[in-house]
Design a protein around this ligand. Structure first.
Ligand code: TRP
Length: 331
């Protein structure tokens, strides 16, 4: 046993991962792996709240696992696993359903957004999504949950559910804290710098995928939407340029001021091309390693099986406690 704090986070296998996922999530996770005991899940059960082709789901799940490892998450230091492999997630989620109010779930902004976008398939899973997420987190007695700002409301709900259960019975769940990193964690679309970079964007020029070729990356950056100011500044009046500088800074660790100094008097084309180069070089080894890993099915299988076993062990401890407290008969 260690006294390290526990981290839990997850990504949906709903497509290839983007540069936004890398900068906003994976890169930070890698920097946390020595200090924390971490669980990183591929949330395939969340992914089916939107209709998925089985073959795509299968492919994306393994691809995300390969991306995790290729980005530097060491399977020896972190528990990397697939959500559906640990049935305790579904089981706890049922129990927590009975401690979550219809009204609370109706207020979730992500549910409102997603049901607008998928008006032909507003299924109960989509509505219940945040409860499954609470189960994910609470099963591991998680201290910290690194997520993007868009998940803050879900995390608040997880905290409320944990507290409600603890008050009704006795302390059972650790109440998790959000761990939302500061400036520039959010990478914006290259085509519409007011919205988040997302693989579900209709315009593929808006996002960079971890497996985009160097040519494609260069092309997308050259087409990035900027403005007509004509001067390189880091301000909310020039969101496109600001986004490029953020990407550049996050990947090179150079400060925004250093970058501004370097580009003072230069044109947008220079910044676009140089940012593309930085991205290309950063993603090259990740793409190559991911491509190698997805072909090595035996290795990936070993990683997710070991991961599921470790996760299952911790999860069952919490689930048994929960069942006992609510009055289920142990078998
Ligand atoms: N809902 C999260 C997202 O879309 C993914 C997720 C599922 C998650 N379960 C989680 C994130 C638990 C953190 C912790 O980004």
């Amino acid at each position: 046993m260690t006294d390290k704090k526990i981290i839990f986070s997850g990504i949906q296998p709903s497509g290839s991962l983007t540069l936004g996922n890398y900068i906003g999530a994976l890169k930070n996770w890698v920097s946390l792996q020595e200090q924390y005991e971490s669980y990183y899940c591929i949330v395939d059960m969340h992914a089916i709240t939107v209709d998925k082709e089985p073959k795509d789901l299968r492919k994306n799940t393994l691809e995300v696992l390969a991306n995790y490892i290729a980005s530097g998450l060491d399977p020896e230091k972190n528990t990397l696993f697939i959500q559906s492999h640990v049935p305790a997630h579904a089981e706890l989620s049922w129990v927590l359903n009975c401690y979550t109010y219809f009204g609370e779930l109706s207020r979730m902004t992500q549910f409102k957004d997603k049901s607008q976008k998928n008006s032909s398939n507003i299924n109960a899973g989509l509505f219940d999504y945040p409860v499954l997420m609470a189960a994910d987190i609470l099963l591991y007695q998680t201290d910290l949950v690194p997520v993007g700002e868009d998940q803050r409301q879900h995390l608040e709900l997880s905290r409320d559910i944990a507290q409600r259960f603890n008050n009704r019975y006795s302390p059972t769940f650790k109440v998790p804290e959000p761990y939302i990193s500061k400036v520039g964690a959010k990478i914006m679309s290259l085509q519409d710098p007011e919205s988040k970079m997302s693989k579900s964007d209709d315009n593929e020029n808006g996002y960079i995928l971890l497996n985009d070729s160097p040519d494609k990356i260069m092309r997308k950056f050259k087409r990035a939407v900027t403005d007509s100011v004509g001067e390189i500044n880091y301000t909310d009046n020039q969101l496109g340029i600001k986004n490029l500088i953020t990407i550049y800074s996050k990947l090179t660790e150079e400060s925004v001021d250093e970058i501004l100094e370097k580009y003072s008097g230069k044109g947008y084309a220079d910044l676009k091309e140089d940012t593309a180069e930085v991205v290309i070089e950063k993603l090259r080894p990740i793409r190559e390693e991911s491509e190698r890993l997805v072909k090595d099915k035996t290795y990936l299988e070993k990683v997710y099986k070991d991961g599921a076993e470790k996760a299952q062990y911790s999860a069952m401890k919490t689930l048994r406690k929960v069942h006992k407290k609510i009055g289920f008969i142990p078998k």
